[in-house]
Design a protein around this ligand. Structure first.
Ligand code: GMT
Length: 382
């Protein structure tokens, strides 16, 4: 199949999933056309059947705001016609689903459109009255709409007030990008630890996000402070965003600033999971939590909150733990239980790895997308 993919190419989870899916489908022999504002950052090496089409927005004095959405739609329409695409896969309801519909009209072709909803496009933007109707239009004008969790599918129905069927298809990781760590640390792991002043015996807790308020990094730091009182440990915080300075201040207030490592944005997080024992994602909104899955595939046990789709990723007390939003007491109790009991840790880790392989394998998820692509195209021929 010849597939056009549009996503935000930057570091967010939606861009990662769109890119990884494109790579996976290209490995299966499909022709993939990324139509984006920049080369998606996860594309590391060229593949002959992946083509990148850059959307460049010209700035004219007459425009108060650069017309990205219009330029993107024009580019998608050009690619549809020049490469005779079979279908479009748009990630994010606004503007991408809407741009896909506009591009379809501009191209004059009856091309099929799948839209994948990722979270914020519904759970944040869906409450904005200036966008809600555009989101509904994008969803209802797509041939098939998927969401990254059952929770997000239900929230879409409720918030957007649409009866369009939303099909949950979980996120995945391409397995070779996140190798499972061994029982003993490698030389590279010890070097990485030493480079950041982490002692070999320190337990390492990690959190990765875009430092927005919804991520509740305050609870992550409070949880860590309670762990740190009992165990030699370090907290690695990867990412950047509006909450960064407040969170540095919080670490100082709790007198743990020497043990909380703010390492900023990192393109390749896998190496950090290799040296971690526990991943925390205690958000108040989270449609899936891709960072959890990446860490879990690497062998790192998770503690998540009850928000959104996290409960679908972690099976409470089987493959990790779930706590209420803001509950650092329970989170630290579970963390200490895991970090001081090797038998419990190893048994849970084994179950977690089996569950990740069973429910989130890249082949399983790529099969599901391919199934719905074919279904859309068959409907075309009816
Ligand atoms: O987490 C973010 O704020 C980034 C956001 C994005 O747009 O990339 O992530 C959303 O999509 C990811 C991939 O499907 C999900 O794993 C995240 O849970 C989701 N974020 C939220 O729902 C807050």
């Amino acid at each position: 199949m010849k597939i056009g993919i549009t996503c935000y190419p930057s570091m967010g989870g939606s861009g990662i999933i769109a890119t990884e899916l494109g790579i996976k489908l290209a490995e299966r022999g499909h022709d993939i056309h990324f139509i984006t504002s920049n080369i998606p950052f996860r594309i590391r090496k060229p593949l002959s059947n992946i083509t990148f089409h850059q959307v460049e927005v010209n700035q004219y004095a007459v425009f108060q705001y650069a017309p990205y959405d219009i330029t993107l739609s024009t580019k998608i329409a050009e690619v549809i016609n020049e490469y005779d695409l079979d279908l479009l896969h748009m990630h994010y309801a606004v503007p991408h689903a809407v741009c896909g519909i506009l591009a379809k009209h501009m191209s004059g072709k009856d091309i099929k459109i799948m839209t994948t909803l990722h979270g914020t496009d519904i759970t944040v933007l869906g409450y904005d009255h200036s966008l809600k109707n555009a989101i509904k239009f994008g969803i209802e004008g797509s041939d098939i709409v998927t969401s990254v969790s059952k929770s997000l599918a239900q929230q879409t129905t409720d918030i957007i007030e649409t009866d369009k069927e939303i099909i949950p298809i979980y996120n995945f990781v391409r397995e070779k990008e996140f190798p499972t760590k061994g029982d003993t640390p490698s030389k590279a792991d010890l070097e990485l630890k030493a480079c950041y002043g982490i002692n070999p015996e320190d337990k390492v807790i990690i959190h990765v996000s875009n430092f927005r308020t919804v991520k509740r990094i305050d609870t992550v730091i409070e949880t860590f402070a309670k762990i740190h009182q009992q165990l030699p440990s370090k907290l690695i915080l990867l990412g950047d965003g509006p909450q960064l300075m407040d969170m540095k201040e919080k670490a100082r207030e709790l007198n743990i600033e020497d043990s909380v490592l703010f390492l900023g944005k990192q393109n390749w997080v896998s190496e950090f999971y290799q040296i971690s024992d526990l991943v925390l994602l205690l958000s108040e909104k989270e449609s899936f939590g891709l960072t959890l899955l990446e860490a879990m595939k690497s062998g790192v046990l998770p503690i998540g909150s009850t928000a959104g789709g996290i409960k679908e990723v972690i099976k409470h007390k089987e493959t990790g733990f779930i706590v209420d939003v803001g509950d650092s007491n329970t989170a630290s109790t579970y963390a200490l239980e895991l970090l001081t009991n090797d038998k419990l840790y190893n048994e849970m880790q084994q179950r977690m790895l089996e569950d990740v392989a069973k429910r989130f394998s890249s082949d399983l998820i790529a099969d599901q997308y391919e199934y719905y692509y074919k279904k859309m195209l068959e409907d075309n021929n009816d």
